[in-house]
Design a protein around this ligand. Structure first.
Ligand code: ADP
Length: 480
């Protein structure tokens, strides 16, 4: 099957979070199963620089009137997975975060930038498009490509089926109604049965409303988003489309994240010999200016610093974690008030180290050198960091929600436990979980058993890729 994987980011060309990881790995995993998948993403400067074997590709005219658009044909840095970079210098050639300006505000023309991505995706799904490659499946991801299923709904002639994957329902892709005049959708699309949402245009709703199938990135999240608590106002529509909604758990790239071969960590290790992990811990404590205490349980946080991630709960519990003898290392970037709060905690607590910023290499060293990953997300569509952590024998301490619930087995199960799961979202319950983690940490045989459980679970993409193939096949069969 020919699959066009439409995304606003793909590791390693550009990544701000989990979507980047998924887009960097899933198309490759589909191809490994014998399918024919290509990535379609904007030609950001970083992406143009890193992509291999670039060829000028074809001219696509001036869709949406934003300027000349070219499709640059290239390969991902692995030299294998094909990628098409949508090049429209007026809207794509911007450094830094793809969604926001330097001051953290959204680019004012985001509606056009990502409508263009969707528009090109839909154009490519039309028979006779100038590339000669017509996908059977257009697989869209989050609001940035949510309009593609809408275009294909209104343009007759395409036989492609659309899949819309929700990586995070919190980001609605909302824009004022006047954008309808510029995004090339018919007026009739602006209504309750269409892209309108609370008097605005929601690109995310477009994907959910018009997609032939909708997936969420874990079975529990697929269930949760159909309830008012986590449905973000779209639970009614999701329930209405329930027969088309599926939960498919993400995998991880187990080559990029492999403690035995990871070039980004100083001391590789495996279940057969964990001594490298202890050396990584000392190196990390030294690097972060924490006391070099091999026996102090080291908890880390590697995360976007947003309300979703429950960072404030960690701050509320910091004093009590200190009394438990826990060291805390935080790497993250996000909301200014959380930066300020974490920095001031680090200034007053010698057991807390904070690095504000985005640093892929340090992320690997943090995950490799820590004992516990702290991830008290209020909601978590899938979460990849806890899977990376488990693969590195760093046991996650998580709230029971979404993909965290689907991936972490509590150590109350002495045979299969891989981490610590708590059921109530407050600092007291988090601390109780931390106490259980510290108790197990001081019981070396049980700790090692849990680490081996975690490190030997199979988190590879092969499973998810097979599930997507089944879903694609089902859609094509139904539409034939
Ligand atoms: P989300 O997509 O909500 O941000 P995930 O856990 O699914 O959360 O994915 C986050 C990804 O981003 C992981 O690969 C994680 O290692 C990475 N990450 C998050 N913050 C940082 C950071 N400050 N520096 C480096 N990597 C980070």
């Amino acid at each position: 099957m020919k699959v066009l994987f439409v995304t606003s980011e793909a590791f390693p060309l550009l990544k701000t979070g989990g979507l980047g990881d998924v887009a960097g790995a899933l198309p490759a995993a589909l191809n490994a199963l014998g399918e024919n998948a290509r990535i379609l993403m904007p030609a950001y400067p970083q992406a143009l620089e890193m992509a291999r074997d670039k060829r000028p590709g074809v001219a696509l005219g001036m869709p949406l009137g934003v300027g000349e658009v070219r499709l640059i044909e290239a390969k991902m840095p692995d030299g294998k997975t094909p990628v098409w970079l949508v090049d429209c210098p007026n809207v794509c050639r911007r450094d830094g975060n793809p969604y926001t300006q330097q001051d953290g505000r959204d680019w004012p023309d985001n509606y056009l930038r990502f409508a263009l991505l969707s528009h090109v995706a839909a154009q490519l799904a039309m028979p006779g498009n100038p590339t000669g490659w017509v996908p059977d499946i257009v697989h869209c991801n989050d609001w940035q490509s949510g309009l593609a299923p809408a275009y294909l709904h209104f343009w007759p002639g395409s036989r492609a089926k659309t899949v819309f994957t929700i990586h995070n329902l919190q980001y609605l892709g909302m824009f004022p109604p006047w954008v309808m005049e510029q995004i090339d959708l018919p007026g009739e699309a602006y209504g309750m049965d269409g892209v309108e949402f609370h008097g605005q245009v929601s690109f995310l709703k477009a994907g959910i409303f018009y997609g032939d199938a909708i997936t969420a990135v874990s079975p529990t999240y697929a269930h949760e988003i159909m309830s008012p608590a986590l449905g973000n106002g779209l639970d009614g529509l999701l329930r209405h489309r329930g027969h088309a909604v599926h939960g498919i758990l993400n995998g991880i790239d187990d080559e990029v994240w492999n403690p035995a071969t990871d070039p980004l960590i100083e001391h590789p290790y495996s279940t057969a010999d964990m001594s490298g992990k202890a050396s990584n811990k000392v190196a990390l404590q030294r690097e972060l200016g924490l006391p070099e205490a091999p026996d102090a349980p080291l908890f880390c946080v590697v995360s976007r610093l947003t309300w979703q991630k429950g960072i404030d709960l960690i701050a509320d519990g910091a004093e009590r974690l200190e009394r438990l003898g826990v060291q805390i290392a935080v790497l993250g970037t996000g909301e200014q008030h959380l930066h300020d709060m974490l920095r001031s905690l680090a200034e007053t607590h010698p057991n807390i180290a904070v690095r504000i910023g985005y640093d892929e290499t340090l992320a690997h060293r943090m995950v490799a050198g820590s004992d516990v990953l702290l991830m008290p997300s209020r909601f978590e569509p899938c979460g990849l960091t806890q899977m990376y952590a488990m693969r590195y024998g760093t046991l996650p301490l998580v709230y029971r929600t979404g993909g965290l619930a689907d991936t972490v087995t509590d150590c109350a199960d002495i045979h299969a436990g891989t981490g610590f799961v708590f059921d109530k979202l407050d600092a007291d319950t988090l601390i109780h979980g931390a106490e259980r983690a510290v108790a197990l940490y001081h019981s070396p045989d049980s700790w090692q058993k849990a680490r081996v459980n975690a490190m030997t679970r199979d988190w590879s993409w092969a499973h998810a890729a097979k599930d997507y193939v089944k879903l694609y096949q089902g859609l094509l069969k139904a539409g034939a």
